[in-house]
Design a protein. Structure first.
Length: 506
C-alpha cells in the first residue's frame, strides 16, 4: 500500500512509483538533484529556449543571441519545430554573435556591440533583446555595458534577458526568472487608465490588443479558433472592464505602457505571478490572486474577485448567471457520464513539465464527480513550479499524483497504471504532442480519450487550452464525445493502428 492507502500495481511498485498527494511529492523532492536520485540528466530545455520563446510573442523585434552558433541553432530549431508551428510569431529573427574559441579567451563584448549596431541598421526593429548563453556567462562578458555602449548609436531600444542555460536547469525556475525581466522593459506610468486590466502570464499566444501600425485589428482576435487570452478578454469585457495589455505580446511601445493599467489579472501562475509581483513592487499595480480558470467554480472565482476589486459585483453576477444558463445543461450531461470514473491526467508525455494546466484540468474534472490521478510530472519539475504549487495549495486543491524515479523524457507506461488493482473505469486526458496509444490496449475505443494536449487542440468558438466558461463548455463536449465513442465500439481505431507501438513499449 502507498502512503495514501491506495493499492499499487506490481509493475508500478517494482519501478518505485507510488500515488501520493501533490503536497507530499513536493515535500519529498529535493530542489536540486545533487545526490542523483533520478536517473539520467537533470532538466529539459535550457533557459535560453524559454527566454527566447517568450520573446517570440513580441512584434517588430529581433532577438540577438550572444554565444556560439550552436546555441542559436538549438533555439531556432526549437522555435521552428515546437513553437512557431503552433503559436506566436511565425518567424523571429535571431542573429548570433558566433562566439568561438578565441572569443572565450579574449571576451566577446566587442563583438556584441558590433552585432547590435549592425542589427539596428539592417533590420530596423523597434526593439532588440540580447540573450546570453553558457559560454558568455561563464567568461563573465559584461552584457549590460555592451548594451549601454551600443544603445548610444542605435534607434531601437535594447534590453537584455539573462538566459545562460546552466544557471537554472529546471523549466519552472527559467520561466520565473525570464518573466521578471519584462518589468525592466516597462516605463513608470505617467497616468492610470480607469477600468483597465492587464492579462499577465500568456505564453505561446500572440495576443496583443493593439495592431501593428497600418494593420487591421482582428475583431475576434484569433478568428474561429480562439486562444486562452481571447476567452479571458471576453470575461473581463463581460463585466464592463477594458483590456489594456496582454503580456507577453505586442511591440515595445505596447509592453512599456503596461503599468498604466488599474489592475493585473493572471493566466498562467508561473509566467504571471512573478511579473505581477514585480509590477506591484515597482509600479504599485495590484493584482488579483486567481489564475488559470478551468471549470465552473474557478472561472466564477476569477471573475468575481476581479469584480470585487473594481466594484463590478452586479455586472459580474448578471454575466455569470447568463453564462451558466448556457453551460449547465452540458455540464450535467458530462457529469452523468463520468461521475465516479477515474481521470488519468498526463502532465507531459515526453516533456514531464506541465503542472498548472493538468492541475487546473483536474480541478474541473473533480467538479464532474471524477476522482483524479495526475502522472508523468518529473518531481524536480514540480519543485521548480513553486508558483503553480503555492497557488493550488492556497486554493486547497491537493489531488493524487504519481511520484517515483522518473528519468527525464522517459514516460511512465500508462498500461501499468491501468493495471493498478483496486482502481476503476478510466478516462484518459492527454497533455502533449507525443501520443501514447496502442491498438486494443490504449485506444479511444476501449479507454475514453480526451485530447487536451494544448499544442494540437483547436476548437471552434472556444479556447482549445480550456479556460473560462467557453473552455469548460468545449471540455464537456469533448468528454461526452469520448465516452460515448468508447461505449459504442470495441474495434481498435485507425488512429491507434497507425501509431501502433509509438514511443514506448507496452
Ligand atoms: S545549455 Fe548553454 S550551451 Fe546549451 S544551448 Fe543552452 S545556453 Fe547554449
Amino acid at each position: 500500500m502507498s502512503s495514501t492507502g491506495l493499492n499499487k500495481s506490481n509493475k508500478l511498485q517494482k519501478q518505485g512509483f507510488e500515488w501520493v498527494k501533490v503536497s507530499e511529492m513536493f515535500e519529498k523532492t529535493p530542489e536540486t538533484d545533487f545526490n542523483c536520485a533520478y536517473p539520467g540528466y537533470s532538466g529539459l530545455w535550457c533557459r535560453l529556449i524559454m527566454a527566447v520563446t517568450s520573446y517570440a510573442m513580441t512584434k517588430n523585434s529581433v532577438a540577438v543571441i550572444h554565444g556560439p552558433a550552436n546555441c542559436a541553432w538549438a533555439v531556432r530549431n526549437f522555435c521552428q519545430t515546437n513553437y512557431s508551428l503552433y503559436y506566436g510569431n511565425p518567424f523571429l529573427h535571431m542573429p548570433v554573435t558566433c562566439i568561438d574559441q578565441n572569443d572565450v579567451i579574449s571576451g566577446g563584448t566587442d563583438k556584441l556591440v558590433t552585432v547590435l549596431k549592425q542589427v539596428d541598421k539592417d533590420y530596423k526593429p523597434g526593439h532588440i533583446c540580447v540573450f546570453d548563453t553558457c559560454s558568455t556567462a561563464l567568461i563573465g562578458d559584461d552584457v549590460e555595458t555592451a548594451v549601454n555602449m551600443a544603445q548610444k548609436s542605435c534607434n531601437a531600444r535594447i534590453d537584455y534577458i539573462p538566459s545562460a542555460g546552466f544557471t537554472t536547469p529546471p523549466l519552472g525556475k527559467s520561466i520565473e526568472q525570464t518573466a521578471l525581466r519584462y518589468a525592466e522593459i516597462m516605463d513608470s506610468p505617467t497616468k492610470t487608465i480607469e477600468n483597465s486590466v492587464n492579462i499577465l502570464g500568456q505564453y505561446k499566444e500572440q495576443q496583443d490588443s493593439s495592431p501593428m501600425p497600418g494593420k487591421k485589428k482582428c475583431k475576434n482576435r484569433r478568428g474561429k479558433y480562439p486562444d486562452d487570452a481571447s476567452e479571458l478578454v471576453r470575461l473581463v469585457e463581460g463585466i464592463g472592464l477594458n483590456i489594456h495589455r496582454i503580456l507577453i505580446s505586442g511591440t515595445h511601445d505596447y509592453i512599456k505602457t503596461a503599468p498604466q493599467a488599474k489592475v493585473n489579472v493572471i493566466s498562467c501562475p508561473t509566467w504571471g505571478f512573478p511579473l505581477a509581483e514585480r509590477m506591484r513592487e515597482k509600479f504599485s499595480i495590484p493584482y488579483i490572486n486567481q489564475s488559470i480558470p478551468i471549470g465552473v467554480e474557478p472561472t466564477k472565482k476569477w471573475v468575481t474577485e476581479l469584480a470585487k476589486f473594481t466594484g463590478r459585483e452586479l455586472e459580474a453576477k448578471d454575466f455569470i448567471q447568463r453564462e451558466l444558463e448556457e453551460l449547465m445543461p452540458v455540464f450535467e450531461r458530462a457529469k452523468n457520464l463520468v461521475n465516479g470514473k477515474i481521470a488519468l491526467i498526463e502532465c507531459g508525455r515526453n516533456s514531464q513539465t506541465a503542472f498548472a494546466r493538468p492541475m487546473a484540468l483536474a480541478r474541473a474534472l473533480e467538479e464532474l464527480g471524477m476522482s483524479v490521478r495526475l502522472f508523468g510530472l518529473h518531481p524536480l519539475e514540480l519543485r521548480a513550479k513553486a508558483m503553480d504549487f503555492e497557488y493550488f495549495m492556497r486554493e486547497g486543491f491537493d489531488p493524487l499524483i504519481l511520484n517515483g524515479n522518473y528519468a527525464y523524457q522517459q514516460p511512465v507506461n500508462i498500461a501499468h497504471i491501468m493495471e493498478d488493482p483496486g482502481q476503476g473505469e478510466y478516462v484518459y486526458f492527454t497533455q502533449d504532442i507525443f501520443p501514447a496509444v496502442r491498438s486494443g490496449i490504449l485506444d479511444p475505443a476501449n479507454v475514453a480519450r480526451v485530447e487536451t494536449g494544448v499544442h494540437l487542440r483547436r476548437v471552434i468558438d472556444a479556447p482549445g487550452r480550456g479556460v473560462g466558461f467557453r473552455g469548460a463548455r468545449a471540455l464537456y463536449h469533448s468528454i461526452i464525445e469520448a465516452v460515448m465513442f468508447s461505449e459504442k465500439t470495441t474495434k481498435p481505431t485507425l488512429y491507434t493502428r497507425v501509431h501502433g507501438n509509438f514511443y514506448e513499449s507496452f
